[in-house]
Design a protein around this ligand. Structure first.
Ligand code: SAH
Length: 274
């Protein structure tokens, strides 16, 4: 199969750059998807195959590299891990930006492998800007975001005819207080476990009400994958009881009733209300 059809991965160098003794390298910001190598794009794989250095996050990215290795896909690139390890601090964003630029200036083809999609709460825009400001050629390879792919593990579509016509992806911070909308407007919370109890109260106060169904999918596509379903009223207690941990995606809205994991009471409640 010709690589070019799906994109060669690293961008070609613009003419006129690369003065001096070392030719200028490049950076590709690649979305790794939610942590299953099968959900990496072909363009992303091509970029990994042609990279000299891979600068990887822990969440999503690291698992994908490990799975590729286990499947016998040999990558020549050196891997630099900038993700948060339990008990350690992640490399600060400024240092990551500087690293990408300096590697590219050393002539390397760099892949910055990021969990999910680089632009969904991934600070990909900042990394792109840093590269552009430094005159480093940079392309973005979109990835499958956890916001959409992790709910699907629990059989939950974010929109569904008759149940939901819109969805919002947010973190569980201040912005959801002003979100508005009812149970037909699905809310997906990323990084939402620490503030789950507050978010549930905030959303229940609005049009959605305390009976609104909620699903939490932990560690989607990973070894700790688990689905918990309740309502805005019950979910914080359920989460505490079950020791729910990050990473997890929280889905709020009537689409949750479509999940085969939803208890019968929730499924029938929906049916009688329609
Ligand atoms: N750019 C990423 C999101 C980064 S924010 C994307 O598009 O997916 C990190 C948050 O994403 C986590 O706190 C969690 O809410 C969610 N997340 C990412 N991968 C996940 C996974 N495999 N399972 C559950 N949640 C995940």
């Amino acid at each position: 199969m010709s690589g070019s059809r799906y994109g060669a991965g690293a961008p070609t160098r613009p003419p006129g750059t690369g003065s001096g003794s070392v030719a200028l390298g490049s950076v590709a910001l690649v979305g790794a998807g939610p942590g299953d190598a099968g959900l990496l794009t072909i363009r992303g794989l091509r970029a990994l195959e042609s990279a000299d250095v891979i600068v990887a996050d822990r969440l999503g990215a690291r698992q994908v590299l490990d799975q590729l290795a286990a499947e016998g896909v040999e990558l020549a690139a050196e891997v630099v891990d900038v993700g948060k390890q339990p008990g350690h601090h992640a490399v600060p964003q400024d240092a990551i930006n500087a690293l990408l630029v300096s590697l590219a200036r050393d002539g390397k083809r760099v892949v910055r492998l990021k969990g999910g999609d680089p632009y969904v709460f991934g600070r990909g825009g900042e990394e792109l800007e840093a590269c552009r400001d430094a005159g480093v050629p940079c392309e973005v390879v979109p990835g499958i975001t956890s916001a959409i792919s992790v709910p699907q593990i629990a059989g939950i579509p974010l929109t569904h005819r008759g149940l939901a016509t819109a969805f919002t992806v947010a973190t569980a911070h201040d912005q959801i207080a002003e979100l508005g909308g009812g149970r037909d407007h699905t809310v997906v919370l990323l990084m939402g476990i620490g503030t789950l109890a507050n978010s549930a109260i905030t959303l229940a106060r609005g049009e959605r009400g305390s009976e609104c169904p909620v699903a939490i999918v932990e560690d989607g596509y990973g070894p700790r994958q688990r689905v918990t379903i309740g309502t805005l009223e019950t979910i914080a207690v359920q989460a505490a009881r079950r020791g729910i941990r990050s990473p997890a995606v929280v889905v709020v809205g009537d689409v949750v009733t479509l999940s085969p994991y939803a208890p019968e009471a929730l499924r029938t409640r929906k049916a009688t209300q329609l």
